[in-house]
Design a protein. Structure first.
Ligand code: B12
Ligand code: SF4
Ligand code: SF4
Length: 379
């Protein structure tokens, strides 16, 4: 391909026409130092229960390991910045905090559809093959976005764009032909700032630029399918799906342009919903309420588990009737969280309910929860 710069300019304007906010190109290649860091992350077990990361480690290390013809990566950013600061809602303890990225439609679908359009258009202008990716494939998207000049990976391990701050999704198209772009990667601009590291409620950063996913509330509320480890429950506050603290505190957000994308505009009912109302939803209602939303993926039981942890952290006695109801839920995931929440809200009511329910409980984890909470609040 000779006239790369004209072609690149036309691709860029097509991407913007389709609704993306920024676009760049780089070689489909992950530098050895970055690969080494991914191996270290897995070796230390920092991926927790995300076994899809360790199982596909080799594939994830370099795009060519997934598709050996991959030569060029086109990387797009979709801006989802809104006008609310999630940190302002942490004190509204009777309401749940849903991460900004999940307050409307599932971004995967929106991005993938448009990436496919862009791919068809590109392949109609030139010969070649292509594959599209958003989030779920074993591909390291942040380093590709960085190499494409779209921003830098900050100390909180997310890409920061000079135009959109922290609030961007990344999408990638790999091509089997080479394109030479003049764009240079941006140098990291975190400087001496440590705001993201300091604000993290669970101390999930062992060092700047390194995250232990097992401690991250985003991981605990979304990826962790079992009982939430006791030591993190109080620290979760009212965050019921994902966490934005380290992103929201970043000073680079002051340059963020608000997203005009209607698909990412927060739905009113997902903006600080009442915990009591959420705790009452059954399987059918859950599916209906979160149809088309990324939240649907975690299922009703895991969602109610998160809601109950937030109820326990609310210090609000008005939550008690809803919490007590869930002590006999069919799901042991829900029962454990309900017992913990009850212990946090009322010692007296906890002791009454334990007398009624402990002996009939068959699940070993739930029995253990009764005992541990009993000891914790009585001694
Ligand atoms: C696994 C995963 C998670 C895990 C682990 C997060 C993580 N930091 O890795 C969990 C569940 C915790 C998670 C949470 C979130 N995620 Co996530 N996640 C991913 C996924 C699928 C893979 C990321 C990965 O490879 N991690 C492995 C480790 C090794 O990578 P790393 O932490 O990024 O480590 C790198 C750097 O830190 C750097 N590094 C390490 N040491 C050093 C030292 C120095 C000196 C330097 C300079 C650099 C450096 O090198 C490492 C290798 O590149 C990507 C999608 C994808 N396919 O890439 C989305 C992705 C990263 N997630 C995304 C989002 C939006 C989130 C959340 C904001 C959602 C939320 N609000 O709850 C949070 C943010 C939490 C956080 N602080 O990172 C977006 C980020 C977009 C962006 N602008 O960066 C992505 C790209 C999805 C997408 N397509 O848009 N996520
Ligand atoms: S998303 Fe929340 S819990 Fe996870 S690293 Fe950032 S501040 Fe910490
Ligand atoms: S809060 Fe500070 S250290 Fe963290 S990513 Fe933003 S600029 Fe970098």
């Amino acid at each position: 391909m000779n006239d790369d710069s004209n072609f690149i300019m036309s691709v860029e304007s097509k991407a913007i026409d389709l609704g993306f906010d920024d676009v760049g190109f780089c070689k489909a290649h992950i530098p050895p130092i970055t690969r080494k860091r991914l191996i270290e992350f897995i070796d230390r077990g920092r991926h927790g229960e995300m076994s899809w990361m360790s199982e596909k480690l080799y594939t994830r290390l370099n795009p060519a390991n997934m598709w050996k013809e991959a030569k060029t990566a086109l990387v797009v950013l979709a801006n989802y910045s809104n006008d609310k600061n999630s940190l302002d809602f942490l004190e509204k303890k009777n309401n749940g905090l849903i991460s900004v990225y999940a307050q409307n439609k599932d971004y995967h679908k929106w991005i993938k559809g448009r990436l496919k359009n862009l791919t068809s258009w590109i392949l109609s202008q030139t010969r070649g093959k292509a594959k599209v990716f958003v989030d779920t494939a074993p591909l390291m998207e942040k380093p590709l976005a960085e190499a494409s000049g779209l921003g830098w990976v900050g100390k909180h391990t997310n890409l920061i764009s000079r135009s959109f701050g922290n609030w961007t999704f990344i999408g990638v198209i790999l091509f089997d032909f080479e394109l030479t772009s003049k764009t240079k990667p941006l140098k990291g601009l975190c400087g001496t700032c440590l705001k993201c590291i300091d604000i993290c409620p669970t101390n999930a950063f062992p060092q700047p630029y390194k995250l232990d996913a097992r401690k991250c509330i985003s991981y605990l509320t979304i990826e962790h399918k079992h009982h939430i480890p006791r030591k993190y429950r109080s620290l979760m506050g009212n965050r019921i799906y994902g966490c934005d603290d380290c992103l929201a505190i970043c000073p680079w957000n002051k340059f963020a342009k608000l997203s005009s994308n209607i698909a990412f505009k927060a739905k009113k009912e997902f903006n600080n919903p009442s915990l009591q109302k959420l705790s009452k939803i059954n399987e059918v209602e859950f599916k209906k309420m979160f149809s088309g939303s990324p939240i649907k993926r975690i299922g009703r039981n895991q969602f109610i588990r998160n809601v109950l942890i937030a109820m326990g952290n609310s210090s609000s006695k008005s939550m008690l009737p809803c919490v007590v109801k869930l002590i006999n839920d069919d799901s042991s995931l829900v029962r454990v969280a309900a017992i913990w929440a009850l212990g946090k809200l009322s010692k007296q009511r906890f002791n009454i309910e334990k007398r009624h329910n402990f002996n009939k409980e068959r699940d070993i984890d739930v029995k253990k929860e009764w005992m541990l909470t009993y000891i914790e609040i009585n001694y």
